[in-house]
Design a binder for this molecule. Structure first.
Ligand code: RP5
Length: 167
């Protein structure tokens, strides 16, 4: 495993299972990461500290996942110029729409990118795409992954055709 390049921050330990697909994808791609819990509302100073020190610690991208009034990713983006990828998490009664809307409507000047509600796998893939933007091993591994998933769709298509085509 390489030195940690992706900092994954979640708003609560209760988000752990929902963010796990992100680091599982990074494991699959051989990309190093660190996972932390820090809350925009309960431990705001720790969030700021994580955001401010991430670049000097060698991280190239930050993934931030939180539910409810999900200000974590935006607050991190306010304290770093590293790319920030948000994961709106399903928590509580509004099915993640609360997290999505409170994440994505950032004011001009402080950007972040967001995957869909519960999109932790895509957050891992997008973080990898950022790190691999200029080619190299990560870009090659992402290409292989795309080819493998396309092959699975073609195989499924052939299977369903064989099973449903009348003799
Ligand atoms: C958010 O509130 C967290 O990201 C989590 O999704 C939600 C509930 O947190 P807990 O009350 O379970 O710690 O800040």
């Amino acid at each position: 495993m390489t030195a940690p390049r992706v900092l994954i921050v979640m708003g609560s330990d209760s988000d752990r299972d929902k963010l796990a697909p992100c680091w599982e994808m990074l494991d699959q791609l051989g990309i190093g990461y660190a996972v932390r819990v820090a809350s925009a509302h309960r431990t705001p100073e720790r969030v700021v500290e994580l955001a401010r020190t991430a670049r000097e610690l060698g991280f190239g991208v930050i993934v931030a996942g939180a539910g409810l009034a999900a200000h974590l990713a935006g607050m991190i983006a306010a304290h770093t110029t590293l790319p920030v990828v948000a994961v709106p998490v399903v928590s509580g009664t509004l099915g993640g729409v609360d997290a999505l809307l409170s994440t994505v409507q950032m004011p001009p000047g402080v950007p972040l990118a967001s995957v869909g509600i519960g999109g932790a796998t895509n957050a891992g893939l997008y973080a990898a795409a950022i790190l691999g933007a200029h080619g190299g091993g990560i870009a090659a591994r992402l290409g292989e992954l795309r080819e493998a998933q396309a092959k699975r769709v073609v195989e499924a298509d052939e299977r369903i055709r064989a099973e449903t085509t009348p003799a």
